[in-house]
Ligand binder design. Sequence first.
Ligand SMILES: [Zn+2]
Ligand SMILES: [Zn+2]
Length: 101
Amino acid sequence: VPRRIPYFRPNAPAPTRAPAEKERTKFYSSARWMRLRKAFLAEHPLCVRCETEGRLVPATIVHHIRERLERPDLALDPANLLSMCDKCHSSLHKSKGQATG
Ligand SMILES: [Zn+2]
Ligand SMILES: [Zn+2]
């Protein structure tokens, strides 16, 4: 009998997620956030960081100035948001030592 265990993948990451990541996924897939994000990007279509350097780069990410976990009350406040391109957003979070948000 061939040894076939289709769902056993020893090198796969553990299926359990950290609670913070679960919460994050929930937030970013919420209808309220998606609506706000879309409206915000329509209103602020360019990356603010690139713009200060004279480059006109379309923004793809809406960044929270005050981290969501730190100020959940500002998570849906347009005054707490910034339009950014993917590159600027990753470099910002890298320098801050945070993953995303
Ligand atoms: Zn940028
Ligand atoms: Zn961010």
